[in-house]
Design a protein around this ligand. Structure first.
Ligand code: ZN
Ligand code: ZN
Length: 170
């Protein structure tokens, strides 16, 4: 689905990839992403004179999470720029520069799937709130304080507590 023929790339120039990857595609298996629709990947793949392969574009993914405070479902759409780089690496001087992925010099095919999966997992927010004003669940009786009042406390909840609680989560 995201395989680039490096010989074609050299010969005919940049290649455009525009794909919708279904939410139940094997690529996302075990990724714990809670997708609610297909992932749109739009990439322009090109080769540089110095032997790097670049893939630039966007990634768009509808994700369904639960609010960390009140547990209500929150739908969000991740829409992020993607910029991937591959380069043939000399094993003797392998540096950990993170951003650059090793390009397998044996094959003529570059499979971008694993890199795309990795990026989506990195970009997906680990924690989500339905809104900055969300009052969350009452820690004593458990009611959703966005919808009801309870008698557990008469103090006005201080929004700073929510911020502190959120920090404690991750
Ligand atoms: Zn909430
Ligand atoms: Zn309560």
């Amino acid at each position: 689905m995201f395989t680039v023929n490096l010989i074609d790339l050299d010969r005919s120039g940049p290649i455009q990839f525009h794909r919708f990857v279904p939410m139940d595609h094997a690529l996302w298996e075990g990724a714990d992403l809670e997708l609610s629709g297909p992932v749109e990947v739009d990439l322009l793949v090109s080769a540089t004179a110095t032997g790097q392969v670049l893939a630039d574009g966007r990634l768009r993914a509808p994700i369904s999470r639960r609010c960390r405070r009140c547990l209500e479902p929150v739908e969000l759409v991740l829409d992020e720029a993607l910029s991937l780089v591959w380069e043939i690496k000399d094993e003797l001087e392998e540096e950990d520069d993170g951003e650059i992925r090793p390009l397998d010099p044996v094959g003529n095919q570059l499979d971008m799937q694993a890199a795309i999966r990795e990026e989506l997992i990195l970009l997906a927010p680990a924690y989500v709130v339905c809104g900055a004003e969300c009052r969350g669940l009452c820690p004593i009786c458990g009611i959703d304080r966005n919808k009801q009042e309870c008698d557990c406390t008469h103090d006005e909840p201080d929004p700073r507590w929510n911020a502190l609680r959120d920090l404690g989560h991750e």
